[in-house]
Structure formats: C-alpha cells, structure tokens
Unconditional design. Structure first.
Length: 140
C-alpha cells in the first residue's frame, strides 16, 4: 500500500456537509460524482496528497444509508492507494483478510476499488484504490 488515498465520511445531506467542509478547509471541492452501482453520490476535497470523500446515499438500499441508520454520520472507511489492486487483493487474502468482492470494481474518482471486511481489519472498513489508466487526450 502506497499512501492513504482518502477518508470516506458518510453524510445525510451532501449539500450541508459540502458547505461545512468548504468553510472548514477554506476551498471548494474538486469533484462531485454519482456511483450508481453503489447507490451513492460522492464529493471530493483534496488535502495535500490525500482526499476527503463525502458520501451520501442515493437510495435506501445503499450501504451508506444502512451505515448512517446504525451508526450516524461519520467516518465510514479509510482508503489506501495501491499500484496493482489484484496483486494486493491476493496478498491480503493470503494474510487471512476477508474481501467484500472477488474482483475489483469501478469506483468514484477514476478508481478500481475493493473493500476489506471490517471484521477482519480491526473494525475498520478498508478500501483499496488503483488509479485507472487514462488514454492520451482524456479529460482529467
């Protein structure tokens, strides 16, 4: 694992929380994106080499909606950047960690992602993130 890529924060009201973080950090977010496969709307703030990801459920079936119902708003996960997500998933399985999927899937902010079950990671939901290579001429 290379670095902390971002910290995910579950929020009830993205507009309210976005305003709070804009005032807290003193600058605007750089991206808002819906991830339909996960039933979430995300907003990212860059802080040095790391990021804060605000996550609002876009459906009652969302894991974020369930998280907020059980625990309230707050830190949902810590994400780590990796060079090769498949190799890292294999390494973690060998080390006895339970992954929440057998294959990486497309996540927000141009990433392939996979989550490590919190029951095998000391109660913390861990996300692995690998940047998806862009083609020359793609918009950043």
């Amino acid at each position: 694992m290379d670095k902390i890529e971002h910290i995910g924060i579950a929020v009830k009201d993205l507009a309210h929380s976005s305003d709070l973080y804009k005032r807290l950090l003193g600058y605007q977010s750089y991206k808002t994106e819906e991830v339909k496969s996960e039933n979430v709307i995300t907003e990212f703030f860059k802080i040095g080499e790391s990021k804060i990801e605000l996550l609002q459920a876009s459906s009652d079936e969302s894991a974020i909606a369930s998280f907020i119902e059980k625990k309230g708003e707050g830190i949902h996960h810590i994400a780590f950047a990796v060079e090769n997500i498949v190799d890292e998933m294999t390494r973690l399985k060998t080390e006895g960690f339970q992954l929440l999927s057998d294959e990486p899937k497309r996540g927000a902010d141009n990433k392939l992602v996979c989550f490590v079950h919190p029951k095998t990671a000391g109660g913390v939901l861990i996300e692995l993130c690998q940047e998806i290579a862009r083609n020359p001429g793609d918009n950043p």
